[in-house]
Design a protein around this ligand. Structure first.
Ligand code: AMP
Ligand code: ZN
Length: 469
């Protein structure tokens, strides 16, 4: 499997630190609002990378943070007259709802910055002790950027070019910096802001330190993959490297993955341009599976343009797969024979070619665009070769293949039929009669059929009760 590494700007063969295991950290959202569709892109593409690695047999330890202390959160809290934690908890809950609707798996751990302050203070102290950070008069702690010789290795920037570019960038209130390139690790509290005690002043952490600390705590000093949107390469990820490598004396992350930006009608998404969409906005018009499918129809590193036409195309594309699976479902119900014929065995072998094509695309830096083409080819194959009269075994094999590949992409393509209360009651009645007639095989079959549809039966003294799982 090859991964494009921002560090080397090359596709590299993926070799995990520990065989069979992958440690992966994905920078998560700042929670002061509903997530927008740009935020959904890293969630979807890196969830798909995770699913593919799990499919290949890796145990993936996936960590993604919520930034829950930040100027924007504090501003909103002050506007509403509530504690900042009210804002962050509200939008973490909303974000999790969107993730579920996008079929993004929950991370192994979703740490929150405000729960990790002690670890941040420890790492900042280590950086001070090692001469990589200093305390200004007002208690602000700055990272001494020039003390980290490899600064710029991820963004391929040179310290002297950065220096000349940032000469005029001295931010007011930061005039105690020794060098304009230095960045904040800890800052003193201001009126109306949350704060924590520290050896330097009552205050709060800078943004970059949280990811260095959470990655170390939940995944270790060295990890396999660190990911996020391409806007994070500089300065966020560059600063994370400077902090972690100076503190731990280890290479922070082996592979750096960055997704391209999502634009709207070829323009940058922004509230002032009026072309800003939350995931929730899109869910009013489309099933969010369509949004997921749309995101995966491009390579994760390419810029992606969002438009009404492209969403319609995605809707049609996904429907083609869903329709094919639905047809296979009905064929299966009406199949006449069980085992594959010899001709079907040959065809089933042929169909495996599409799995190989899918894997080949995904092994090439998670090329989901080509992987989806392989699913379409398989759908076309199914529509051509799996027809009325096919054996149950053959239909099932092809259906399972489509579902397997779709599932690796996190696409739900099998419509769950909602079973009606009246149908449930009728089946329960039939089961009672089967039991009376000592036809236990039929009674068990009915129980299993219902269970497969999420209906749980309970035999009580007052009769049979049922509930939806
Ligand atoms: P933020 O809450 O701004 O820190 O963003 C959370 C994640 O969403 C980061 O990985 C960003 O790089 C990513 N992101 C933000 N806007 C976009 C966009 N328009 N397209 C793609 N990714 C984005
Ligand atoms: Zn981060």
């Amino acid at each position: 499997m090859k991964i494009f590494n921002t560090l080397s700007r090359k596709k590299e063969e993926f070799v995990p630190i520990e065989p069979g295991k992958v440690s992966m950290y994905v920078c998560g959202p700042t929670v002061y609002n509903l997530i927008h569709i740009g935020n959904a892109r890293p969630m979807i593409v890196f969830d798909t990378a995770r699913r593919y690695m799990e499919h290949k047999g890796y145990a993936v330890n996936y960590v993604s943070n919520f930034t829950d202390v930040d100027d924007k959160i504090i501003k909103k809290a002050n506007e509403e007259g509530v504690d900042p934690s009210v804002i962050s908890e509200r939008y973490i809950a909303e974000c999790k709802k969107d993730m579920e609707a996008l079929n993004v798996k929950p991370a192994t751990t979703h740490p929150q910055a405000t729960n990790e302050i002690a670890g941040m203070i420890d790492m900042i102290q280590t950086l001070i002790d090692k001469g990589h950070a200093y305390v200004a008069e007002d208690g602000t702690v700055y990272y001494k950027t020039r003390s980290f010789k490899q600064y710029g290795k991820l963004s391929h920037k040179n310290l002297d070019d950065l220096r000349s570019g940032s000469r005029s960038l001295l931010v007011s209130g930061e005039d105690q910096k020794q060098d304009p390139l230095d960045f904040v690790l800890w800052k003193p509290k201001k009126e109306g802001e949350p704060y924590w005690e520290s050896p330097w002043c009552q205050g709060r952490p800078g943004w970059h330190i949280e990811c260095s600390v959470m990655s170390k705590k939940y995944l270790g000093d060295e990890i396999d993959i660190h990911a996020g949107g391409e806007d994070l390469i500089f300065p966020h990820h560059e600063n994370e490297i400077a902090q972690s490598e100076a503190a731990n004396d280890k290479e922070f992350a082996k592979y750096w993955m960055h997704n391209g930006f999502l634009n709207i009608d070829n323009k940058k998404m922004s509230k002032s341009l009026g072309n800003f969409f939350t995931v929730r906005d899109i869910s009013e018009k489309y099933d969010l599976q369509v949004l997921r499918f749309f995101m995966l129809s491009a390579h994760y590193r390419s810029p992606l343009n969002f438009s009404a036409d492209l969403m319609e195309a995605a809707k049609n594309g996904l429907e083609r797969i869903v329709t094919s699976v639905t047809n296979l479902h009905y064929l299966l119900e009406n199949a006449r024979s069980d085992a594959m014929t010899e001709a079907e065995q040959k065809l089933a072998e042929e169909a495996k070619e599409y799995i190989a094509k899918f894997d080949e695309a995904m092994d090439d830096d998670f090329n989901t665009a080509d992987a989806i083409s392989a699913i379409f080819e398989l759908v076309k194959f199914a529509n051509t070769h799996v027809t009325e009269g096919a054996s149950r075994e053959f239909i099932q094999a092809i259906k399972d293949e489509i579902i397997l590949l779709s599932d690796i992409c996190g696409l739900i393509v099998e419509k769950k039929e909602e079973i009606l209360d009246a149908d449930i009651e009728a089946l329960i009645q039939e089961r009672q009669e089967a039991r009376k007639a000592k036809n236990f095989a039929r009674a068990d079959e009915i129980r299993d059929t219902l269970l497969a549809q999420g209906i749980i039966l309970e035999d009580t003294r007052e009769g049979v009760k049922w509930k939806r799982a």
